[in-house]
Design a protein around this ligand. Sequence first.
Ligand code: SF4
Length: 625
Amino acid sequence: MKLYGCWGKIAYVNLSEGTVKVIEIHENDIKLFLGGTGLGAKILYELVQNPGSLDPLSPENPLILLTGPLTGTPFPSSGRFGVVAKSPLTGIFGESTAGGFWGPELKFAGFDGIVVIGRAKEPVYITIFDDEVSIRKAEHLWGKDTLETEEIIRKDHGDSRIKVACIGKGGENLVRFASIICDGGRAAGRCGLGAIMGSKKLKAIAVRGTKKVEYAHEDKLNEHCRELLRKVAQSAYATNARKYGTAGYVLVGYKYGDVPIKYWAKGTWDEIDKISGQEMVRKGLVKKPQACFNCPIACGRYVEITSGPYAGVKGHGPEYETVASIGSLCLLSDIEAIAKANELCTRYGLDTISLGSVIAFAMECYEKGLIAASDLGGIRLEWGNAEAVLKLIDLIANREGIGDILALGVKEASKYIKSSEEFAIHVKGLEVPMHDPRAWDSLALQYATMPRGACHTALAYTIDRGVVINELGFTKEFVSKLNRFSHVGKPRIVKIMQDYMGVFDCLVICKFLIFAGVEPSEIARALTYTTGWEFSKDKLLEIGERVFNLKRVFNVACGISRKDDTLPKRLLTPLSNGGAKGHRPNIEAMIDEYYRLRGWDKEGRPTKEKLKELQLLDIVERKKT
Ligand code: SF4
């Protein structure tokens, strides 16, 4: 049957054998999982025989990169792609998405995605140029940073329009939180999926396409998207994000007690305004906003430093998560130093959330005398020491000295540093993003139960903050009555947002659209016009729930259960000051209700009935045989 909005085709590359196959995606799989990390979860589950025993850095771990049915369409902010594999950082389901232009370009090349399996003997890169998939030698690229790699590949092929997703030294050296970088600084950052590329000796995937996928109702799609683009562009959120970027949230979040300070130990910091988006603009650091494919919001920052110790920094600037993780978490208030650290993370291909966390963790170890300057090659790892931060980034990416241990991430590194496990802040091995769960009970439950570990992207806490999604029942009246410090009603909000935001990762579209007032039926309508199949708000939520449960099934097979659905001790200990002063989120009071709403048993396992209802039982049963 003819497909619309996607090709129904995935390139399957076996690097051990040096072979390329094209595999078809069944129409029913697109209807049930759409694409992105949803379809990726299904492919991963089916390809991995035994999730629990699979070594994430072994050739058998499939690396799956997927677009979605809306990728590259006129739908606003539809430039993302999803990456899925078993995470080398957490040992459970790993996923990440990235913006930019790489995803649409892959679609224009005639593929919905690519699955990479095996391990090459020597470094290679893959090219997908209009239907043609090739494995090419990459000795000349190995050791280059991500920006150089993009440059060289474009030059080698004489085409400046080639889009490149690649790794830097972080991925090559198997840093467990290595990212995949595209478009000069957009990152699939979380879960260390760049290290999987490194383990496969895969430096880059370069794509270039000139094909156009057909839409079922093109005129209606174009008209609908024109209206949506106008609505998004005119929203207050877009105006603000264009001006100040995501770091414009720093001062707002600080008032709530949402911005973590001194490795989650403090609630106030009198230098907070120095790392805000407003300060970046005031200092002239930001030269212009930057947008991903077809995005009227343009939350990205193009920064340039022309004088002082960090002169020469040029390109993608730090966004909110980065200014908080390298800034407030480490008490580093020099925004130019943060921009330099951000550039290093881009070039090395390191996830800035995990990177900032692991450095802040090391700073606390240093303060407590658990590691000494002599263990650090003489670095005085004091809070706020910019030089020490930049030096540590080098050591981590190159796996030298203490950097070799910190490259394992906070959880594993704490096993090597005596008495540090107690304050190693992570959930299921994933370092916690830059939103404090003591400021929102909904976020606490969300962190405790997300498939990849501590993950902020279900955005449940933003409902507590007043974000309205009318069609989900989160009306102005409803959100105005919410108490962010109360657990009452939060399991329901968290479940709905996890399911709904999961759909965004399937499609793969930018989640900031919810702040611009885009409602579920508007997304469903675009999907109907694109694919020709009928979608509705309820259908989307059902898909989100299906995907969420399949990820949980994978994690249960990796040994995850109720004991893991919690937060580290420090995040359950009230702060003595700041916007969340005195509050301890009540996870215990929420977890049973949450499991009940999910249709899971007391141990947090999806029941047979729930799997059947979600049309997952066959997939799970098939695996057992
Ligand atoms: S809002 Fe920002 S991250 Fe999202 S698509 Fe637009 S530019 Fe990219």
